[in-house]
Design a protein around this ligand. Structure first.
Ligand code: UTP
Length: 289
């Protein structure tokens, strides 16, 4: 079965990025020339996804507005003969079909995904976290969809992390099946030091079978008092196969101050217009440190 829909949860509080995120959703913070959420939607589009389902909350309307038409602005730009800008805005509004559902309380990532169940229906779907940027070619979610075509089972994207940082991530233990692909045996949400020897950390890209919704129905709050997707995935792994996929590329946690700065540098250096000059500037700054 094809994956047509992508759930993008953006209902979190963004506390790691306060005070910047007090009145602005973290997904609307800019990396070079567009908000981080646009990169993520563009990744879904580039992978052939047909519909994006945002899981939003109070105070996040700027995200939906960003992908909507703004007739007033477009009219003014047309009057001023700023056709390029006008085209750019139309491109954003026409990117993809977007639906939004509300998570009424930030009860956790698992709960956010569950909130999208009626719009997703009974078909496999992708999940892209709204604050996780991945620089890769082909796009990370496309790499995962290629694997899904073959295995037709849920897939979690993972990256290797230093062992002393595993307590900051969801961690997967698994058996290698082929290049970059592991059959998931166990999952832990932010395990205490010494609980696992695995360094495979879950990042914000998943392909999920819809069985996950029934499991989430019964998943009790776990780490941090939140309904954890990792806990639901562990239950799913007991019923059917789940794969961990070590994607090719680099992931940036743009919901974290340092991760966000790293993303700006990585994406800025690759920008076709300003990348070269930016690189010269960084060299200069480093020379003077
Ligand atoms: P994070 O834990 O990274 O996001 O959740 P957060 O809660 O917004 O951030 P901090 O930790 O307070 O700084 C990962 C993703 O899941 C979404 C977030 O929006 C983010 O994209 N999420 C999290 C929800 O949609 N709802 C929730 O209840 C929790």
């Amino acid at each position: 079965m094809n994956v047509r829909k992508a759930v993008i949860p953006v209902a979190g509080l963004g506390t790691r990025f306060l005070p910047a995120t007090k009145a602005i959703p973290k997904e609307m913070l800019t990396v070079v020339d567009r908000p981080t959420i646009q990169y993520i939607v563009e990744e879904a589009v580039a992978a052939g996804i047909e519909q994006v389902i945002f899981v939003t909350s109070e105070g996040k309307s700027a995200i939906e507005d960003h992908f909507d038409y703004n007739y007033e602005l477009e009219t003014v730009l047309k009057e001023k003969n700023k056709d390029d800008l006008c085209e750019e805005l139309c491109h954003i509004s026409n990117l993809i079909d977007i639906v939004a559902v509300r998570q009424k309380k930030p009860l956790g990532l698992g709960h956010a995904i569950w909130t999208a169940r009626k719009v997703v229906g009974n078909e496999p779907f992708a999940v892209l976290l709204g604050d996780d940027m991945v620089l890769s070619d082909p796009p990370c979610i496309r790499q995962m969809l290629e694997l899904f075509d073959d295995v037709q089972e849920s897939i979690i994207a993972v990256q290797r992390v230093p062992l002393d940082q595993t307590n900051q991530y969801g961690i997967v233990e698994g058996t290698k099946k082929r290049d970059r692909t592991f059959r998931v045996e166990h999952l832990f949400e932010k395990p205490a030091a010494g609980t696992t020897t695995s360094d495979m950390a879950i990042i914000g890209r998943y392909i999920l079978q819809p069985d996950i919704f029934d499991i989430l129905d019964d998943t009790e709050p776990g780490h941090g008092g939140e309904i954890q997707l990792t806990d639901a995935l562990l239950s799913l792994a007991k019923k059917r196969s789940i794969y961990a996929y070590e994607f090719e590329g680099t992931r940036y946690d743009a919901g974290d101050k340092l991760g966000y700065l790293k993303a700006i540098i990585a994406f800025g250096l690759r920008h076709p217009v300003i990348g070269g000059e930016f690189q010269e500037h960084i060299k200069e700054v480093c020379k003077n440190l």
